[in-house]
Design a protein around this ligand. Structure first.
Ligand code: AMP
Length: 543
């Protein structure tokens, strides 16, 4: 119809063009794998991304081709985010914590034509290179002076800075259809082969708008953002794109993710907002606590990927005046789904009431529609009590996996998250379990997460994992697997007695098995499926 708005496609490159024009002098600071600190401005990011786009064309990369990256959070990785996607190719971020066979599998599954890698990953790339067919070229993300003197790579190895130097910065980002693919990330794959989630330009830009909102990650041009969450895991929760959209300063930690290194970087660069999984924050809090120091600039931290323990929220907020934003998402959701920020009427609640709200994963950001359903698929009420399978839909939710032979996942247009959740009348969603991991005893749900949280309160427990074990009468019963703190002599009866009064009687695990360590997957999560394989017959064989 005449007089309507312009048809302006949503493209990843437009984020960079915006940052260059409107925030060109804003800084990007990176701790490099070479050991030093690098700093430059958005304007240089944009120039170098265009040079790299020319270099990719020179390497024969065409629209739709996949380009792999095996890299930490840093400015060269950021350049590739825009050079690859902006020129119409697909950025495939590879997770270095995957097993070498899984890495080889996904590189060939995606048919990556070129793989860029940080120097620290040379041994890994050498091992992967023996097992893959697809890549024609490897590129070491460093300068000539740091290029490896020798290597065993069977195909051509190029130098990143040589590619940048030998190409001009004159490049016009092509007028791509907003629905074409921009990037690809495989899920952590706790079962079977990892599965690829393919993001589009449109989904990425829409996700960026939503995730930057005040009640989501709350980012602005006044922020200094430190994404600890890796750029190889769901695009660092979208923060590199968000920083371009809002003009925030970016600080990249490179490979140094220990508490001391992070703290020094946070203070030196006056970081205001950081984001990461709870395990990373444990190391940071330990370091700051031991030194008896504090954060002079950090005001907010986004905690997600796993439940944020209330003790962590309390420590950040009470001791350091750093607000915790508990967020939930998935690779399949680009990843932001919900973020826990208060509504006005909750501000006057008691601290304890507010902590119980912050233990929830929060409210859906606009664009994400969610519901909880029972086993028959019927929708359950938002009463804060009924728990069911969490289903989502929205413009940045996957509709199926990349090149997958498996049945496509959607159910009546909704994506089943595999999480079990309840939602309160204010729309705050709380994950109570995972459906692949849930304990159903006599037809009723038991939350393994709650059981683990109680066990972790015991002073002798280092790690607690609760799994569903087969039971002849109840179908399943909870079984507790415990790693003790070194030198402690905890026994089963003492630990089980600890549950009295803390959970419903029928929730109390029937037995405890003490183990030396828990298996950890590529994204740092406990591989519960492996533990279930090992211990699921515990109650059956014990008879
Ligand atoms: P991934 O795709 O590897 O990021 O994993 C997504 C899954 O991690 C979700 O389906 C949840 O099971 C879990 N997860 C993510 N964020 C949270 C959170 N804040 N609390 C509990 N579980 C979470």
């Amino acid at each position: 119809m005449e007089g309507l708005m312009m048809q302006q496609p949503l493209r990843v490159a437009s984020l960079l063009t915006h940052a260059e024009r409107h925030h060109g002098s804003q800084e990007i600071v990176s701790r490099r794998v070479e050991g030093d600190i690098h700093r430059y401005r958005f304007v240089e990011l944009a120039q170098r991304a265009r040079r790299m786009a020319n270099a990719l064309a020179g390497l024969g990369i065409k629209a739709g081709d996949r380009v792999g990256t095996l890299a930490w959070n840093g400015y060269r990785h950021m350049e590739l985010y825009f050079a690859v996607s902006g020129s119409g190719a697909v950025l495939h971020t590879l997770n270095p914590r995957l097993h070498v066979d899984q890495l080889a599998y996904i590189i060939d599954h995606a048919e990556d034509q070129v793989v860029f890698f940080d120097l620290t990953f040379l041994p890994l790339i050498e091992a992967v290179a023996q097992r893959v067919q697809s890549p024609k070229v490897f590129v070491a993300m460093t300068d000539r002076a740091h290029m490896p003197a020798t290597h065993t790579l069977p195909i051509m190895l190029l130098c990143y800075e040589d590619l940048i130097d030998s190409h001009t910065q004159v490049f016009d980002w092509p007028p791509l259809d907003e629905n074409c693919a921009s990037s690809l990330c495989y899920t952590s794959g706790t079962t079977g082969h990892p599965k690829g989630v393919l993001y589009s330009h449109r989904s990425t830009v829409l996700h960026t708008y939503a995730a930057a909102l005040p009640d989501a990650l709350n980012c602005s041009a006044r922020d200094v953002i430190l994404p600890v969450v890796p750029m190889f895991h769901v695009n660092a929760w979208g923060l590199p794109y968000i920083a371009c959209m809002v003009g925030a300063k970016l600080v990249f930690p490179g490979p140094a993710l220990d508490g001391k290194s992070l703290y020094e970087l946070i203070e030196a660069e006056q970081v205001t907002l950081s984001a990461g999984v709870p395990t990373v924050w444990q190391g940071l809090l330990r370091h700051v606590g031991e030194r008896g120091t504090t954060f002079t600039s950090m005001r907010r931290t986004v905690v997600g990927g796993a439940p944020c323990p209330t003790a962590m929220t309390a420590e950040f907020q009470e001791r350091y005046r750093v607000d915790v934003l508990h967020a939930w998402g998935m690779t399949e959701l680009s990843p932001v789904g919900t973020v826990c920020s208060f509504k006005a009427h909750q501000l006057s609640l008691s601290p304890q009431q507010r902590y119980s709200i912050q233990a929830t994963q929060g409210r859906a950001v606009f664009g994400i529609d969610m519901k909880i359903v029972d086993a028959d698929g019927s929708e359950l009420p938002w009463n804060g009590i009924s728990a069911g399978d969490l289903m989502v839909r929205g413009p940045w939710v996957t509709r199926g996996y990349f090149r997958s032979d498996d049945a496509q996942p959607l159910v009546d247009g909704w994506f089943p998250t595999g999480d079990v959740a309840k939602i309160d009348p204010d729309g705050f969603m709380q994950i109570t379990d995972r459906s692949k991991d849930v304990i159903k005893s006599g037809g009723e749900w038991i939350s393994s997460i709650d059981i683990e949280n109680v066990a972790c309160l015991h002073p002798d427990v280092a790690t607690a994992v609760c799994i569903a074990a087969k039971h002849p009468k109840w179908d399943e019963r909870p079984l507790l697997l415990i790693v003790k703190k070194p030198g402690r002599s905890l026994d089963s009866d003492e630990l089980l007695a600890f549950f009295d009064g803390r959970v419903a009687k029928w929730w109390r695990p029937d037995a405890v098995v003490f183990i030396d360590e828990v298996p950890i997957g590529a994204t740092g999560k406990v591989l519960k499926n492996r533990l279930r394989e090992l211990y699921q017959d515990h109650y059956v064989s014990a008879r």
